[in-house]
Design a protein around this ligand. Structure first.
Ligand code: ADP
Length: 624
């Protein structure tokens, strides 16, 4: 026997698992069965191109046996098996980068912890929650019977391996149960767990009948998506979602459809109700591809666009060749058509929920929007084919929702429905957070004029603002950009006259402030003295910050300082300007006006020390 040390993370993981998952330890069985089923999947797939690998035995199955005398529980499969090298690698290290993330996610809630195991690919180690010794005997489909391997460990820091003889292909995992894990020696208990966690595993899971000799199948075995919709109960869907998609929540909604036509396929897709930890791993996909009921691959990237990466489930196609691989998949025209159709189906379904007046639909949509709204809005930018329809799914808070709808969000169609006759555009403001959006003085005039302003507060909304310039024939307008066309002809004239009168003051202000592109009078302010805006074609302050943070070079953006001519402060400062002896005070006041406008919009001032000094001066004066 050769001794090997576990990778440090594995030892850590084992410790944690044993101690933080005690109440949920029955899930070890689900994990081992899932590994056995994966092993059968792998071999079934490989033998499509290398039939000799499964020669003589393509009747894939999983067997479970308990032995009360020996206090063992055995899980056996005739899948792909492991070579000695593979056993050392796969059962001694944690390959995926997920370990750290997994450890980081473990918390107080044992139930939730248990559900994370399957997602992070650390399931095998769950065996040590119930066993003080685990023995794996395996023969890879690629090697002869004299090249099999025995792997064993007591779950402390090390494991041992040796070469053995094994007639049968596949893997047998023997758990020597801990004294306090006797319950798993009870055949009925084990059957119950198989039904509970692994009913939809596609291979028969067999256990001995009561006579102890004959084997009988314990799981349902038939893939759920092949059953008729009305023959499936909600609980069955949920059980499938949890075991096949390795989820723990209740799905928010599901799309089960069988399509027959030029393309024939079945989809059983789910939208979770909770945000997964890896939502921003853009390469992730939750959809598994089957061809004529044969498992082909997990995480199939080609069936849904990136922004729908939160959708989980199964697509089973009748049109693809069985021996399709990841590489060929990309070049298949059929796959492209499938992707188009499935994407359309998912969007249609989401739209139906989003527009529904049914309470259950509304609740489901609210969950989806809360968990995945940001990712859906990515789709507005990245999914060119479906841009318009994805835009109908996008939701934001707004001046209206804040006043009328509590924490709810609103979409563009509803926005337009509420628009007064005279309003032809859709107004939004971008900000680093909701509070800053609400406080941005640039929206005051719009609000006063009775126009709803959408709050674009997520980084993704900056991209939306750039890409979604029109919706249903209406322009989207940034409240803090351009001239803010709010005034009627008469008011415009008055503003121009006022600007003429204040020309020397405005010129002085621009010269004093230096880093602004222009200082002008504003038609968009109501209660605030000043605001900063970008010119029509400039980029917003948020976008500028975002781009800099991502290391992109941004041409210098000069903001426009707009002053409110009817605000007493502005009136006072401009009057002071007439007195050439007090220009120093006017300059300080202008700087402070600009800085507070920056802060009000959620920005940062460029020279904090100077701002602080001016404030001190002002305070000293005010307090005498
Ligand atoms: P995951 O299955 O999520 O990759 P595990 O810790 O459960 O993580 O298993 C680690 C690896 O060990 C698997 O990826 C697989 O390569 C191998 N393995 C586990 N069980 C079996 C089995 N019954 N047959 C073949 N290989 C297995």
């Amino acid at each position: 026997m050769t001794q090997h040390a576990f990778q440090t993370e594995v030892t850590q993981l084992l410790q944690l698992m044993i101690h933080s998952l005690y109440s949920e330890r029955e899930i070890f069985l689900r994990e081992l069965i899932s590994n056995a089923s994966d092993a059968c999947d792998k071999l079934r797939f490989l033998s499509l191109t290398e039939p000799q690998l499964s020669a003589g035995d393509s009747d894939y199955r999983i067997e479970i046996a308990v032995d009360k005398g020996a206090k063992t529980l055995v899980i056996r499969d005739n899948g792909v098996g492991l070579t000695e090298a593979e056993a050392i690698e796969h059962l001694g290290t944690i390959a995926k980068s997920g370990t750290k993330a997994f450890l980081g996610q473990l918390g107080e809630d044992q139930k939730k912890n248990a559900q994370l195991i399957g997602q992070f690919g650390v399931g095998f180690y769950a065996a040590f929650m119930v066993a003080d010794k685990v023995v794996v005997e395996s023969r890879s489909a690629r090697v002869g019977s004299d090249q099999a391997v025995r792997w064993e460990s007591a779950g402390d820091g090390s494991f041992a391996t040796e070469k053995i003889e094994r007639a049968a292909r596949g893997t047998q995992v023997t758990l020597h149960l801990k004294d306090d894990a006797d319950e798993f020696l009870d055949g009925w208990k084990v059957r119950g767990l198989v039904k509970k966690w692994s009913d939809y595993v596609c291979y028969p899971i067999r256990m001995a009948k009561e006579d102890g000799k004959e084997l009988e199948q314990v799981n349902a075995g038939q893939p759920l998506w092949t059953k008729a919709k009305d023959a499936i109960k909600d609980e069955e869907y949920t059980a499938f979602y949890r075991s096949a998609c390795k989820q723990w929540d209740e799905p928010a909604t599901r799309i089960h459809a069988s399509v027959e036509g030029r393309l024939s396929y079945t989809t059983l897709l789910f939208v979770p109700s909770e945000k997964p930890f890896d939502l921003f791993e853009r390469e992730r996909r939750g959809v598994s591809l089957y061809v004529k009921r044969v498992f082909i691959m997990d995480d199939c990237k080609h069936l849904l666009p990136e922004w729908l990466r939160f959708v989980k489930g199964v697509v089973d196609s009748d049109d693809l060749p069985l021996n399709v691989s990841r590489e060929i998949l990309q070049q298949q025209a059929t796959v492209e058509q499938l992707r188009k159709q499935i994407t359309k189906r998912v969007i249609d379904h989401l739209l139906k929920l989003a527009q529904s007046t049914d309470e259950a639909d509304k609740a489901a949509w609210a969950k989806i929007d809360a968990a995945f709204g940001g990712v859906i809005r990515e789709g507005v930018v990245t999914d060119h084919d479906n841009k318009d329809r994805v835009a109908r799914l996008a939701r934001w808070r707004s001046t209206w929702t804040e006043a009328e709808a509590g924490r709810a969000t609103t979409g563009l169609e509803d926005y337009i429905r509420r628009c007064p006759e005279s309003q032809k555009e859709i107004v939004f403001v971008t900000a680093p957070n909701l509070a800053a959006a609400k406080a941005n003085p640039a929206i005051e005039g719009f609000v006063k004029a009775g126009r709803e302003v959408l709050f674009f507060c997520d980084p993704v909304d900056e991209w939306v603002a750039q890409h979604l310039t029109e919706f249903d024939g209406r322009k989207l307008v940034d409240a803090a950009k351009g001239a803010g066309d709010l005034l009627d002809a008469e008011a415009k004239k008055a503003l121009e006259a006022k600007a003429k009168e204040l020309e020397p003051f405005l010129g002085f202000a621009k010269e004093t402030l230096g880093d602004v592109g222009e200082v002008r009078l504003s038609g968009r302010l109501a209660d605030s003295p000043a605001c900063l805006v970008a010119d029509e074609h400039g980029i917003s302050a948020q976008m500028e910050q975002l781009m800099r943070r991502m290391g992109q070079s941004v041409p210098e953006q000069k903001r426009i300082l707009e002053l409110n001519p009817s605000h007493p402060l502005v009136q006072r400062i401009s009057a002071l300007h007439a007195d050439s002896g007090r220009r120093g005070e006017v300059a300080d006041a202008l700087h402070l006006l600009k800085d507070q406008a920056t802060l009000a919009a959620g920005g940062t001032v460029s020279d904090g020390a100077a701002t602080a000094k001016r404030l001190q001066g002002l305070l000293a004066k005010a307090l005498g």
